[in-house]
Design a protein around this ligand. Structure first.
Ligand SMILES: NC(=O)c1ccc[n+]([C@@H]2O[C@H](COP(=O)([O-])OP(=O)(O)OC[C@H]3O[C@@H](n4cnc5c(N)ncnc54)[C@H](O)[C@@H]3O)[C@@H](O)[C@H]2O)c1
Length: 339
């Protein structure tokens, strides 16, 4: 029997990678939801592609009536830079939207009489380090450390992580009869993601993919952080593998609901060196934007991924050099005709 999965934010960067992978799995059928129409090639891979808002309960109820979901990948969100510019809208989309999806998952669990998996991408934006001295001292940060975000986006993500735990364990805990239905909430804290296929928009880690895409197109790029800025990143195919790996893990091996994942953590200057080596005509200048720099400085230089490695066998496929040589360069040469 086929499992039906719901992907919200399906037309975004991760949605593209995830749908392309899910479409290759024989026993999965995909229902996609996004504010924007899904790209034609992706829509062909879905049994139903809906243009709609996660804040519209009617849209979600209609979807829930038409399909039995086994898993919800809730990707729709406003990312950090956009969220900082429109904090009230970000709160609505990122928090109220997530509550709406958790409610749908719970309804589905009740109707189907089984747990529904809810896979949620959180972010290193949940961390908030007070200054660069602390950032250099803490090194690879653990999941329970420094959860003191300074952005609306980070606060939204941290709160939704907690909401997921509530829906999984304590929902309406005062009811006379214990409730049988459960949401099996699973969360990844992603670092910045680098995709060859799509361009980011609205994130504060975007300096890395923006720099690499500009270099491949032969266009100058003014990087909005200092050369010594260091945060973790991973290649998009590894982010998709992490989502699928956590979804597939048996519940018994999961000792927690929230896992750091990552790949590598070059400084912006080291990324520039790699981009220049790959695309010798790359023209990158460093023009730090003090406000965006302060946000990136509050994010950790690295993440401790040992819980994900131990519990469900997480290992990134791509090193930093491998990301350039095996993933980005072939795809970008094809895309931009770069040499
Ligand atoms: N890309 C990254 O570096 C990164 C890092 C950490 C976490 N994440 C998280 O992963 C998820 C997906 O990120 P992404 O990079 O694909 O982002 P993206 O901005 O590329 O995609 C988000 C998608 O959500 C859709 N959307 C926004 N508001 C909506 C609404 N109200 N209703 C329906 N759809 C709506 C957008 O149209 C967009 O297609 C997000 O939750 C993000 O916070 C991303």
């Amino acid at each position: 029997m086929k499992t039906t999965v719901l992907v919200t934010g399906a037309n975004g960067e991760i949605g593209h990678g995830l749908i392309n992978h899910l479409a290759d799995v024989d026993d999965v059928e995909i229902v996609a939801l996004d504010l924007r129409p899904l790209d034609g090639a992706l829509a062909k891979k879905c049994i139903h592609a809906v243009v709609g808002d996660i804040l519209n309960a009617g849209v979600l109820e209609t979807l829930s009536t038409a399909h039995n979901f086994g898993t919800v990948y809730h990707l729709a969100a406003l990312l950090s830079t956009r969220a900082e510019r429109q904090p009230v809208l970000a709160h609505r989309v990122n928090v109220d939207g997530t509550v709406n999806l958790l409610e749908i998952a719970l309804t589905q669990a009740r109707l189907q009489g089984r747990e529904i998996k809810f896979v949620y991408p959180s972010s290193i934006a949940v961390y908030g380090l007070p200054d660069l001295d602390v950032k250099s001292q803490v090194g690879a940060i653990g999941e329970s450390e420094w959860c003191t975000p300074r952005t609306m986006y980070g606060i939204n993500k941290l709160y939704c992580e907690q909401l997921g735990g509530y829906y999984a364990r304590f929902y309406r805990q005062l009811d006379a009869e214990p409730r049988a239905e459960r949401v099996d909430f699973r969360c990844l804290r992603f670092p910045g993601l680098i995709s060859a296929a799509t361009l980011p928009s609205g994130g504060t880690s975007d300096f890395a993919p923006e720099m690499i895409h500009a270099a491949a197109r032969g266009e100058p790029y003014a990087c909005f952080v200092r050369e010594d800025t260091r945060i973790p990143f991973m290649a998009m195919p590894d982010a998709v593998r992490a989502l699928l790996g956590l979804e597939a893990a048996s519940a018994e091996v999961l000792s927690r609901r929230i896992y750091n994942v990552g790949g590598f953590n070059p400084s912006a200057g080291e990324l520039h060196d790699l981009a220049r080596r790959a695309f010798p005509s790359a023209e990158v200048t460093f023009v730090p934007d003090a406000k965006r720099q302060a946000i990136v400085d509050s994010w950790p230089a690295d993440v401790d991924t040992s819980a994900a490695v131990r519990d469900w066998g997480w290992t990134p496929q791509y090193t930093l050099n491998g990301t350039f040589e095996e993933y980005l360069l072939p795809a970008m040469r094809q895309r931009y005709g770069a040499s």
